[in-house]
Ligand binder design. Structure first.
Ligand SMILES: Nc1ncnc2c1ncn2[C@@H]1O[C@H](COP(=O)(O)OP(=O)(O)OP(=O)(O)O)[C@@H](O)[C@H]1O
Ligand SMILES: [Mg+2]
Length: 356
C-alpha cells in the first residue's frame, strides 16, 4: 500500500547540511500496522512527513496504493489533501476553541468538501463511538484529560475513512498505565477499520507490542525490518541489539577453530559473515537467557556470585559476577538466590549473538 524507494532528504542548518534520510526503502502492505523505531533524530518524523506530503523529498519515490505521490526526479508531487491520509501527532493538535464534535468534524467540513450536515453528524458520531467517546461531543476540548484528547485526535484522523493512518509518537504524552491501555486500543481500532498504519516511536516496548512489522532506524538509514519477534530475537547488528530490549555485551575474539574465545572459555556460536580468525567481536546475550542453578546441583556451568537482586513480582533482576564479568540476568519468579550467594551460571551457546 505504501512503497518507498531511495528516499533522501537533507536540511540546511546553520551548522551545515543534515542528512535526515539517506536512502530509505520500505514496503508496507495493505492493512498492515508498520512501526518505525529509532532514537531521537534518526529520521522517523521526516519519513512520515514525506509520506504525508508535508515535506518535499530531495530524491526517491513514494507510492500510495500504486500511484506515485512523490518523485522529484519525475517532477511529481501530490499535495497532502489529495493523498487520502489521516494523521495523529504527539501534540494531538486539538483546537482549544472548539468542542469535541467540532474538532472531529473539522476534516469533513474544511476546504471544498461538501458533505451534507446529517452525514457529518453521522460520521463524527461513528468515529467517537470507535474511540469510546460517544456522549462527550459537546464537551469543550479544553475540559478533556490527556487520554481523552488523544482519542479525539484519533477520531479526527479516521473520520474521513482514510486509506492510510500516520501516527507520530501519539502516546508519548500519556502516563505509563494509560499508554499501555491506549496501545491495545489503538491496535484494536486500526485493525477494526482495516486502515494501513505507519506508526513512529522511539519506545521499543511500544514498537514490539503494536507492530505487525517493525523497522529499526538509525542516522537516516533502516538497519533491520522484521516481525517484532525477529527484531527482538535476531537483531541484525550491534545497534539493533543495543536499541531493542536489554542485552549483556562482552568482548571476545574469534579462534581458528570457529569458536569464540571469551572470559567464560571457548564458545561455539553462530558467527557473522566475513569474520576471520583473530578478529575482535562482541558477544551479546539477553538477561532472560541466563540460567542460575544452586551450587550443589550437578556439574557444568560457570561459577558465579550474585551481586545484586531486584525483585519485580513476576520476575527478579539479578546481577551476577562470573570470570571477572558482570552480567544482568532476569529470572522468572522470585529467583531463590540471595545477594552474595554463589551459584552456577549457565549460558546456552545458542542464545549468544556475535557481532563483528
Ligand atoms: N526542519 C528542519 N530543519 C533542519 N533540520 C531538521 C528539520 N527537521 C528535521 N531536521 C533534522 O533531521 C534529522 C531527523 O529529524 P527527525 O525529526 O526526522 O527525527 P526523529 O527520528 O523524528 O526524532 P525524534 O524522536 O526526536 O522526534 C535530525 O537531525 C533533525 O535535527
Ligand atoms: Mg520525531
Amino acid at each position: 500500500m505504501i512503497k518507498i524507494r531511495g528516499l533522501k532528504k537533507s536540511f540546511k542548518t546553520r551548522q551545515g547540511q543534515v542528512e535526515a534520510l539517506r536512502g530509505i526503502d520500505l514496503d508496507i502492505g495493505e492493512r498492515e500496522f508498520f512501526v518505525q523505531l529509532g532514537p531521537s533524530g534518526c529520521g522517523k518524523t521526516t519519513t512520515l512527513r514525506c509520506v504525508a506530503g508535508l515535506e518535499k523529498a530531495d530524491q526517491g519515490e513514494i507510492e500510495i496504493g500504486g500511484a506515485t505521490v512523490s518523485s522529484p526526479e519525475k517532477g511529481i508531487y501530490v499535495p497532502t489533501e489529495k493523498r487520502d491520509i489521516g494523521m495523529v501527532f504527539q501534540s494531538y493538535a486539538i483546537w482549544p476553541h472548539m468542542n469535541v464534535f467540532q474538532n472531529v468534524a473539522f476534516p469533513l467540513v474544511k476546504g471544498r468538501r461538501q458533505i451534507p450536515k446529517h452525514q457529518v453528524a453521522e460520521k463524527v458520531s461513528e468515529a467517537l463511538k470507535l474511540v469510546q467517546l460517544a456522549g462527550l461531543q459537546d464537551r469543550p476540548a479544553t475540559d478533556l484529560s490527556g487520554g481523552q484528547q488523544q482519542r479525539v485526535a484519533m477520531a479526527r484522523a479516521v473520520v474521513t475513512e482514510p486509506r492510510i493512518l500516520l501516527m507520530d509518537e501519539p502516546l508519548s504524552n500519556l502516563d505509563a498505565r494509560l499508554r499501555e491501555q491506549m496501545r491495545l486500543e489503538l491496535r484494536k481500532i486500526t485493525h477494526s477499520i482495516g486502515v494501513t498504519t505507519l506508526y513512529v516511536t522511539h519506545d521499543q516496548a511500544e514498537a514490539l507490542s503494536l507492530g505487525d512489522r517493525v523497522c529499526v532506524m538509525n542516522e537516516g538509514e533502516i538497519l533491520q525490518i522484521g516481525s517484532p519477534k525477529e527484531v527482538y530475537s535476531q537483531p541484525k547488528n550491534l545497534f539493533a541489539a543495543q536499541f531493542v530490549g536489554e542485552m549483556n555485551f562482552i568482548r571476545g575474539r574469534l579462534c581458528g577453530d570457529g569458536q569464540v574465545e571469551s572470559p567464560f572459555g571457548k564458545l561455539r556460536c553462530a558467527l557473522p559473515q566475513g569474520c576471520q580468525s583473530g578478529h575482535e567481536v562482541t558477544l551479546a546475550i539477553r538477561p532472560e537467557h541466563l540460567t542460575l542453578r544452586p551450587c550443589a546441583a550437578g556439574s557444568g556451568g560457570i561459577e558465579a556470585k550474585v551481586s545484586s537482586k531486584n525483585y519485580l513480582g513476576d520476575a527478579a533482576l539479578l546481577e551476577v559476577e562470573a570470570c571477572g564479568v558482570n552480567l544482568r540476568g532476569k529470572l522468572a519468579g522470585d529467583a531463590d538466590f540471595a545477594v552474595g550467594e554463589k551459584a552456577v551460571l549457565v549460558l546456552p551457546a545458542d542464545r549468544w549473538s556475535v557481532y563483528a
